[in-house]
Design a protein around this ligand. Structure first.
Ligand code: G4P
Length: 519
């Protein structure tokens, strides 16, 4: 198959939600459709399954959370679909954000009773910044939740995006009868014993059914007519830019509404896109030369080895196992013989991969986040964004004799993208920054297990970090406990403000200092 066909045959998305909205359940149902798993429970089982002995997973188990964002591929209707899961806990890490840099669209799962929750909002903002299409699945319609209009309104106002309902629910909870497919004009009944009911253009039943006398049905039709009249028109271009989200209603647990979602997703989601290089050149996905970038490095997946796995998104050309690829940063060429692809319940050796595919490369410390691999070493993709950390810790080695190991460990983990490095202005005290508490736990754990260094953490808490456009105007007098001045790993000055109030006070006092935040 030629390159263009391979590219058009693929879709790659991240699935995002607030914990408990039903992300795992929906993923599982999608994998079932694709025949990637044979029974429900496989995806969840992973948490207690074969990785259970890994010490990396100890943290996960102790905390009851998913540290890893896993990647799964399945095939549906001749299309290879790559799903990238994002850890669903408040303590998610920069990895979660970076996963969104490796996909071409996102699926947002919302609990119909809860609406938009904080974590959805954070991840959503990153999608919006990248302008990637977002598909919304409103879940748990088998339970009573908010009214559909209220949910749409909430999505539109909180996320600043237009909505286009592709399906519409008839009732909810006990009275949930099913969903109306708006384009195809039929009712998909929720209960097994009922059959699909066709509707005409005016949403009238083609064959009589008792539901037509039910108030939930008349209400749903009235609502839908209102949406047709006053709602936004379907606009593929807006969807492609992330300015409109197609919305689906259903119940992942009951595997209901999932097929409607999947079919529409396949029809409307974009195929893999190319990427810009640091030289502002755009490399198309069907460009002849193989290229890809590393967006995540996972340590200790196998407890018997210290090796890491670097996750690479293929951007162009064909990846072949055993090929020689050049790491652009170092110009070094090497044979890539250990590459894996992740399936629902297994990892498999991958022999070839194309744009949109995510593959795992065995890494003994060669790769860094944002690295580009390609045939000739001429392509270097734009750096992945650095995210503004929110929590900070002073950190040092418990045993002063271990300074060397301590600094080596910090340096490597920072380079790898596990945590962010800062230091105090005059004392050179190491300060680490993270977007979630979990990153510190992972750091401590890895320093101990990989560098044999016990670290002491001294929390300095949540801070508002701001970089400075006109660093030359910053003076020592501006450094205070409420506006702590530090240096980042590139020696740029950064203010860590105690809170929003302290920042505003500072801005009033020093209006000439131009502050800015990263993403
Ligand atoms: P997450 O990955 O987003 O955190 O959510 P997950 O799929 O684990 O689902 C969270 C809980 O919500 C699970 O129940 C799951 O069974 C339930 N759930 C998911 N989809 C639906 C749905 O459409 N309707 C209803 N009523 N419930 C749904 P749990 O009791 O926490 O876990 P479990 O013991 O069932 O696995």
């Amino acid at each position: 198959m030629d390159l263009t066909k391979q590219v058009n045959n693929r879709k790659t998305f991240a699935i995002i939600s607030h914990p408990d909205a039903g992300k795992t359940t929906l993923t599982e149902k999608l994998l079932l459709f694709g025949g990637a798993i044979r029974e429900a429970g496989t995806v969840k089982g992973k948490k207690t399954g074969k990785f259970a002995t890994s010490d990396w997973m100890d943290i996960e188990q102790q905390r009851g959370i998913s540290v890893t964002s896993s990647v799964m591929q399945f095939e549906y209707d001749g299309i290879k679909v790559n799903i990238l899961d994002t850890p669903g806990h408040e303590d998610f890490s920069e990895d979660t954000y970076r996963t969104l840099m490796a996909v071409d669209s996102a699926v947002m799962v919302i609990d119909c009773a809860k609406g938009i929750e904080p974590q959805t909002l954070k991840l959503f903002k990153v999608c919006k910044m990248r302008g990637i299409p977002i598909f919304t699945f409103i879940n748990k319609l088998d339970r009573v939740g908010k009214e559909p209009f209220e949910l749409l309104e909430e999505i539109e106002s909180t996320l600043d995006i237009e909505t286009y309902p592709m399906t519409w629910p008839i009732g909810m909870g006990q009275s949930f009868f099913g969903i109306i497919d708006r384009n195809e004009k039929y009712i998909e009944p929720f209960r097994d014993e009922e059959h699909r009911l066709n509707l005409n253009e005016d949403y009238e039943l083609e064959t009589s059914h008792p539901i037509e006398n039910d108030s939930v049905f008349t209400q749903a039709i009235e609502e839908l007519m209102l949406v047709d009249e006053a709602g936004d028109a379907f606009d593929q271009e807006k969807i492609a830019k992330g300015d409109m989200t197609p919305v689906f209603f259903g119940s992942a647990l009951a595997n209901f509404g999932v097929m409607n979602f999947l079919n529409a997703y396949i029809d409307h989601a974009p195929s893999p896109k190319g990427r810009k290089t640091v030289d502002d050149e755009f490399i198309a996905p069907d460009h002849d030369e193989f290229s890809g970038f590393i967006f995540k490095i996972q340590a200790n997946m196998d407890p018997k080895h210290r090796d890491r796995i670097a996750f690479m998104r293929v951007v162009s050309g064909q990846f072949e196992r055993g090929m020689d690829a050049t790491l652009t940063r170092t110009g070094k060429k090497s044979k890539i013989s250990r590459s894996t692809m992740f399936m629902a319940d297994s990892t498999e050796t991958v022999n070839d991969a194309y744009s949109g595919d995510i593959i795992g490369l065995y890494d003994t410390g060669t790769y860094q986040i944002g690295d580009t691999l390609c045939d000739k070493g001429k392509i270097q993709y734009e750096a992945l964004p650095q995210f503004t950390p929110e929590i900070f810790m002073k950190v040092s080695a418990k045993n002063v004799m271990k300074q060397k190991h301590f600094h080596k460990g910090v340096e490597q983990l920072v380079q790898e993208g596990a945590i962010q490095y800062y230091k105090s202005m005059h004392t050179n005290q190491v300060i680490l920054g993270a977007v979630g508490q979990l990153q510190f736990e992972v750091f401590t754990h890895r320093m101990q297990s990989e560098y044999n260094v016990e670290v002491v953490m001294d929390p300095i808490g949540k801070k508002e970090a701001r970089w400075i456009h006109n660093e030359e105007d910053v003076t020592d007098a501006m450094n205070s406990p409420r506006s702590m001045l530090v240096l980042d790993r590139y020696d740029r000055k950064v203010f860590l403000f105690e809170n929003d109030f302290a920042m505003r006070w500072f801005e009033d006092k020093f209006p000439n200092i131009e502050l800015y935040s990263l993403l």
